[in-house]
Ligand binder design. Structure first.
Ligand code: SF4
Length: 330
């Protein structure tokens, strides 16, 4: 017996990096057995920033491959493409009518994206959190696996739920967040969020040698200037990566040895490399297998879209009733 529905989306924004894997995907995988999970490749979110239409199909395909290779099981979860279930945008429009503009202008990611693309500030970008609320509420999701940076969006979703339920009668549950053990890995610069545009990522499909090149020069505890200086793992992004990829034994060892300068940062990074690559290697092998089966990937998405639509249509029936327009949607 499943405990309820879960929705989460990942943008088809190119190659996935370990920040995506740890911050979102791993949590999505963890929920598959206990919940009916609906996982969406959210292409309508992706077009709110500049994009190349010629690349879009490939980006969506690759994203589906990455999801499945990382452990999303299409037998257990619904994997779908957001734009194929048109109820997402329909519900978003309805939610727009009860969402004050001031709630949207205060969202931190809107401010960030506005700063990144000052010539591309469009309504979709401002409205992004409402579409995200619609994604979640369309399936009456009770839990949403999120990274830390998504928490303001989820809070906004809950505010929208309260407002909708208050205006039209109880319809949607207030979704709770599911945060994993490690919610955020910084980029290799140790300062910024891991992001393709900042060129500070380790990608899921990179070979061991490339990962080592990146790790060996990655920023650690900046107060540890010499090999003989004790370090503080709490101030080190490499240690955060250990928390995400290493065993308890290795985590304890690196933490203790760092504090007494028993190991150098390169020793610590070598241990991390082995642990990280042990997790990435099987994912990379599955990626290769899946790239050789394009029909399977397209079938998974088509089937997922059909299954998602059945749930979405049921929710919309209830929404039409609450809005007083059900008679016209028979
Ligand atoms: S030893 Fe490890 S945890 Fe300590 S500062 Fe160096 S890389 Fe970071």
């Amino acid at each position: 017996m499943k405990k309820g529905n879960v929705f989460s989306g990942i943008q088809p924004s190119g190659r996935l990096h370990i920040g995506n894997y740890v911050g979102a995907m791993r949590n999505m995988i963890a929920l598959q057995d206990d919940y009916q999970c609906i996982y969406g490749i959210v292409d309508y979110h992706a077009i709110t920033v500049p994009f190349d239409p010629k690349e879009m199909e490939k980006r969506i395909f690759n994203c589906a491959v990455d999801y499945i290779a990382a452990g999303i099981d299409p037998q257990k979860s619904i994997l779908m493409l957001q734009s194929t279930v048109t109820e997402h945008t329909e519900l978003a429009w309805i939610l727009n009518t009860i969402t004050p503009i001031s709630w949207l202008t205060r969202v931190p990611t809107f401010k960030e994206k506005k700063a990144q693309n000052p010539d591309y500030v469009n309504m979709g970008l401002l409205d992004y959190p409402v579409l995200m609320a619609a994604d979640i509420l369309l399936y009456k999701s009770v839990v949403v696996p999120v990274g830390e940076d998504q928490l303001p969006h989820l809070e906004l979703t809950r505010e929208i739920v309260r407002k909708f339920n208050n205006y039209f009668g109880v319809t949607f549950p207030e979704p709770k967040e599911y945060l994993g053990k490690v919610t955020k890995i910084l980029g290799l610069d140790g300062v910024n969020k891991m992001s393709k545009s900042l060129d500070n990522c380790i990608y899921l499909d990179e070979d061991k040698e490339t990962i080592w090149k990146k790790l060996s020069t990655a920023v650690t505890d900046t107060h540890r200037k010499r090999r003989t200086d004790p370090g503080n793992p709490e101030l080190c992004n490499i240690y955060t990566m250990h928390l995400a990829f290493s065993s308890e034994k290795d985590i304890d060892y690196c933490s203790q040895q760092c504090r007494i300068a028993g190991i150098g940062c390169l020793d610590c990074k070598k241990i991390l490399l082995e642990n990280m690559y042990a997790i990435l290697k099987p994912i990379q092998e599955r990626q290769k297998e899946l790239y050789a089966k394009p029909d399977y990937i397209y079938d998974v998405l088509a089937n997922g879209g059909r299954r998602a639509k059945m749930i979405a249509a049921k929710t919309m029936e209830e929404v039409y009733e609450k809005l007083g327009i059900k008679r016209f949607h028979q």
